[in-house]
Design a protein around this ligand. Sequence first.
Ligand code: ZN
Ligand code: ZN
Length: 459
Amino acid sequence: MKNFKISYLILLFLFTWSCSEEETRQEESSTTKEAPIMQSAQREGLKPIGSGVMMQAFYWDVPAGGTWWNTLDTKVQDWSNAGIDAIWLPPVSKAQNGPFSMGYDPFDYFDFGEYNQMGSVETRFGSRTELTNMIDTAHQYGLSVIADIVINHNSGGDLEANPYTGTNTYSDFNPLSGNFFRSATDFHSNNIHANDSGAFGGFSDLCHDQAYVQDWLWKNPNSVAKYYRDVIGFDGWRFDYVKGFEPWVVKDWKNEVGGFSVGEYWDSNVSTLDYWTGAAEASAFDFACYYKMKDAFMGNNLNALNDNMLWKQNASKAVTFVTNHDTDEITNNKILAYAYILTHEGYPTIFYRDYEEWLNKERLNNLIWIHNNLAGGSTTILHVDTEEYVAKRNGYNNDGLVVYINNSDSWQERWVETNWSNTVIKDYTGHSSWEPTTQSGKWVKIQAPPKSYSVWSLK
Ligand code: ZN
Ligand code: ZN
């Protein structure tokens, strides 16, 4: 841990054509870790997860008809070349809605598109062979593959008389794979208790306190976790709806089979997120950052970036994202949000449609390169107001950077204090052609174009 010089510096600037100017101070952003997340890859030849950028390799209602795995197969090489280090897949096993399901209503954890049940042999995304071929291709190009694990709830069971509720419930699961048959005892309420920390809609809520459920999910040699890792080829885990069960479930799973783990704890409260990452010993998606970026970039008030986020509290456990399959709205300033997460701490995720359809791929590739090559070390916020945000990364095995985000309608310029004296710097985005030399006291004037950004480092 490095000690920081906390200096408060009053800058006075007069702008004749920008909206308003005021006193600004150099502020210290809390940082807890200087190195990026580095977890040793389990498989030979894979990039360490967290050394680059994650790709969320799907969106809600990707084309049905069993073609999605093949689509991904054609893309993983380019993604790897661009600096992606892992891909996150949608849930891969047969769900109640069969060929139409996005996988979040799981029925048979061991049917990857090979048994005729729930209306089809293949899943929405393809066959088992297409899945494992695609995973092999991803591995060939150094990418880790992250499974979406839905274990809060199940769907598609047959009706049975339930002795715990005194009613008939859809809790009788007879999957054609022949693995992990379930009945009323495996769901809430049961002989152990009435419920866990949460249920999702009207789905059958799995009870992870049952030894039988633990055995099938992660303990047995043929458990979901071990089968997915050893036979299908997964390298890491994204846990769906972790509000619905206790964090020790994720911890036990991870301790049993290893691998990078991230939970979807949908909550903007930093303390809650931080608590969960500690209890689960896993990363969490940084929903605090997500909501602050909405305030900043959609609400047009960059001051929101001063607020606390999980990455500021615990960078090594924060997985940052701009949007996901649940929130995939298009916004004007989305590229500014990507400029933010790809220059700041945390493990950033890029959403498939943003990369492949909606945003400028070259600009995203440039930001991924900047993330992987310059965005090291702790973070210091240099300036924030409604329309402008400047921060520096202090470097860690690299030179660090200064990022200047401008949400106003005109070019802006600003004097900032870098970590470099008497050094020529340039804008690695190519947006500015300036190549200024920093003063002996490390100050330099930089610029950023309207509704855009620049990223400065040693020439
Ligand atoms: Zn339970
Ligand atoms: Zn639950």
